[in-house]
Design a protein around this ligand. Structure first.
Ligand SMILES: *Cc1c(COP(=O)(O)O)cnc(C)c1O
Length: 396
């Protein structure tokens, strides 16, 4: 029997869809021109660039002129934060973000604090991962120049009330940025409705190629440039455009928009089956993140008494690819900052497992997981000194 290859890590990245690849291929071969060139080859590239910008804009109800291509979500996040900080430092030096942001936000804020003397407030979240709006209202002040809160969290899937947060930011004269890398393409996102000034998106989380993304910048908003050089992207983001990837990103955005309803209902159905199955079959287990305000494909569990690494290892042996917020996988001694922020103890955070459902996940895949995961957890608990201690306590 062929070994199963079951990808359940769609929040880390997604495969490029065939329709996306087909659209890209000619731009790696026949239509290789530089979009800034005057000749036919340049015009072909420019036409593709314009088309893709429309497709990306359409996904989030922006005007194409408000979409700037970058090399991905991290660059967009860096640009939004740094660009705003440097452009508005005469108005104030205070930035508000949250404790559960992606590192592309957190590390940029830390850099601005340490190197440039900015003051940063990191808002708390509740046990479901929702930002505390009352705390935001208390902390925001005259010198606050930017509020940056992620639309949906990449680890626990929690969706934030971005529209309300933007309203509070604007009432105090601050700009509003949201990292919508996990949201745009997965759930309906409308920049006019939520009224943000800046928004980050990435292609490889929505079945497009890696190394391409965009920053939405509302008309009239002025921030400093991050990449200096040529006149590309209205002189705001230099560098010869990566046309094949931009074409792929545009196609991926178009497909995401067309499939949105089906994508949400199908992923939510499979997610619920997985959540209910796991909670029913495996004792001493909790679901992390908000029960309903969560990304359609996200599940994140914590299993008491065991380590995420062990779970990943044994899942890998049966061909299931997941991820964990446990310490080793995060590359540091501490478990995920997101799981700590929602109030998990170290022990519970160490036993975390994220399985994300995507467009290629089937009912049969969920059955396969529900057949294998309980056995894996039981086996690991059998080896766990913590679990043995617990059993002894119970039998006293
Ligand atoms: C993946 C991700 C990023 C980084 O995007 P890249 O395109 O990989 O640089 C930023 N924010 C969130 C929420 C993400 O999930």
């Amino acid at each position: 029997m062929e070994k199963r290859r079951l990808y359940m890590d769609y929040s880390a990245t997604t495969p490029v869809k065939k329709e996306v690849l087909d659209e890209m291929m000619p731009y790696l071969t026949d239509y290789f021109g530089n979009a800034s060139s005057f000749h036919l080859f340049g015009r072909e590239a420019k036409t593709a660039l314009d088309k893709s910008r429309k497709q990306v804009a359409s996904l989030v109800n922006a005007d194409p002129s408000e979409i700037y291509f970058t090399n991905g979500g991290s660059e967009s996040d860096n640009w939004a934060i740094e660009g705003t900080a440097f452009a508005r430092k005469n108005k104030g030096n205070h930035i508000i973000t949250s404790k559960i942001e992606h590192h592309a936000i957190l590390h940029t804020c830390e850099y601005l604090q340490k190197v440039h003397g900015f003051e940063v407030t990191y808002l708390d979240v509740d046990e479901n991962g929702k930002v505390d709006l009352e705390q935001l209202k208390r902390e925001i002040k005259d010198t606050t120049i930017l509020v940056s809160i992620m639309y949906a969290n990449n680890e626990i899937g929690t969706i934030q009330p971005i529209k309300e947060i933007a309203k509070i930011a604007h009432e105090h004269g601050a700009l509003m940025h949201t990292d919508a890398v996990q949201a745009a393409g997965n759930i309906p996102v409308d920049v006019k409705d939520i009224d943000v000034d800046l928004m980050s998106m990435s292609s490889h989380k929505i079945y497009g190629p890696k190394g391409i993304g965009s920053l939405y910048m509302k008309k009239g908003v002025r921030i400093h440039n991050l990449i200096h050089g040529g006149a590309q992207e209205k002189r705001k983001r230099a560098g010869t455009e990566n046309i094949p990837s931009i074409v792929g990103y545009g196609k991926a955005a178009e497909i995401a928009k067309e499939n949105m309803e089906h994508h949400i209902s199908e992923l939510t159905r499979l997610r619920e089956k997985l959540i209910e199955g796991v909670l029913e079959k495996i004792p001493h287990t909790i679901l992390n993140g908000h029960r309903t305000d969560r990304l359609p494909g996200n599940t994140n569990f914590s299993f008491e008494f065991i380590e995420g690494e062990g779970i990943l290892l044994l899942l890998d042996q049966v061909g299931i690819a997941g991820s964990s917020g446990s310490a080793c996988t995060s590359g540091s001694l501490d478990p995920s900052h997101v799981l700590m922020a929602i109030g998990l103890t170290h022990e519970w955070a160490h036993g975390s497992l994220r399985l994300t459902v995507g467009d290629f996940t089937t009912e049969d895949d969920i059955d396969y997981i529900l057949e294998n995961l309980p056995k894996i957890i039981e086996r690991l608990r059998g080896l766990s000194p913590l679990y043995q201690t617990y059993l002894k306590e119970q039998n006293k």
